[in-house]
Write a protein that binds this ligand. Structure first.
Ligand code: SF4
Length: 335
């Protein structure tokens, strides 16, 4: 399919992008940007569960070559890692930037600097898209920065790379701004969500969010080079001991969203952060657990997407303290 201009350009020209940015920013006064609805005044830097105030926190900026092939393409995905998070996953591989808010307070930047990062990724590194990682608690800041970046030449599609714990009202404010949703579906049980990510209603919230994302962007559309232009990709990380509820989650996805939805099965689980001290999370997945999920895809008739190789944990573990780039360059993924 031929490349089309992302819809946010038209929203900018009509003034709608500016209106959305204002409305979103006003919601920071009594923050309900994510489903936690903390009600703190982030305009005054009061902090809720995500420990994030008014300014965006940017932990790393790079061309990422290890995302799904349709996201990374041959020039890389212009990845902006936001600091802090609205979840507390005990096994978070990005815990250096997601769960150390004191260290991240040094990574606060102005909105115009965030706009500058987008333009650098597009113009200097030639990335196919701008990929906001863990964006859920910073949506007003991101939209405000996009508003500044468009008149300076931002033109590539925006990717919203989320844990899935998103507010429907906030997602509606992104309708037409985000071209590609890259959403996790982590649990099928709130018991495990509560125990391992400190969230009591993940299942309902993530499912509602994924339905809204699909309503907005539909199935994945790629250009002539196979690079994503629009659509939903659902990521499912296989956890040890069946904790991710793979059968229930994938069956829900096939039945309630579509068997044609693009799915990315991730085998990269590694007992990071606090997981080594938690018996159920203290090991990698087994070949049996991996093959069971692949069998589910066949059983459910889900044919679109990618499956990570079993050696993924060796190549996907980021180190945000590493000079220059949090990932090793070599990444394997098979279709
Ligand atoms: S974005 Fe942060 S402050 Fe706002 S509701 Fe969510 S966790 Fe609370």
């Amino acid at each position: 399919m031929l490349k089309e201009e992302p819809e946010y350009i038209a929203l900018y020209r009509s003034g709608e992008l500016a209106r959305r940015a204002r409305t979103l920013e006003a919601r920071l006064r009594s923050c309900d940007i994510c489903p936690r609805e903390c009600g703190v005044n982030r305009l005054e830097d009061e902090m809720g569960f995500c420990h994030s105030g008014y300014l965006p926190v940017v932990a790393a900026v790079c061309a990422h070559h290890g995302e799904e092939p349709a996201i990374s393409g041959d020039r890389g995905s212009g990845t902006i890692f936001l600091g802090n998070c609205n979840l507390r996953c005990a096994y978070c591989q990005n815990h250096q930037i997601s769960q150390d808010h004191r260290a991240q307070s040094g990574n606060q930047i102005e909105h115009h600097a965030l706009a500058g990062h987008m333009l650098y990724l597009q113009n200097e590194l030639g990335c196919h898209n701008i990929n906001f990682v863990s964006p859920s608690h910073f949506v007003p800041q991101l939209v405000k920065a996009v508003l500044e970046a468009v008149p300076l030449g931002l033109r590539v599609p925006l990717v919203y790379n989320t844990s899935g714990y998103d507010s429907i009202d906030t997602l509606k404010a992104l309708d037409g701004i985000v071209s590609i949703y890259l959403a996790d579906l982590r649990y099928a049980s709130n018991r495990w969500g509560k125990k391992f990510s400190q969230v009591s209603d993940y299942v309902e919230r993530a499912r509602d969010a994924i339905e809204e994302m699909y309503r907005q962007v539909g199935n994945l559309v790629v250009d002539e080079g196979g690079v994503a232009q629009r659509g939903l990709i659902v990521r499912h990380l296989i956890l040890p001991n069946g904790l991710a509820g793979s059968r229930e989650s994938l069956a829900w996805l096939a039945d309630e969203v579509s068997p044609a939805v693009t799915v990315s099965i991730m085998a990269q689980y590694y007992p990071a952060h606090r997981a080594p001290q938690i018996p159920l999370l203290a090991r990698r997945i087994t070949t049996g657990e991996y093959e069971e999920v692949l069998g589910l895809l066949d059983e459910l008739g889900m044919e679109n997407g990618w499956v990570q190789e079993m050696d993924a944990p060796d190549t996907y573990l980021p180190d945000f303290a590493r000079e220059g780039h949090p990932f090793e360059p070599a990444m394997n993924r098979r279709k």
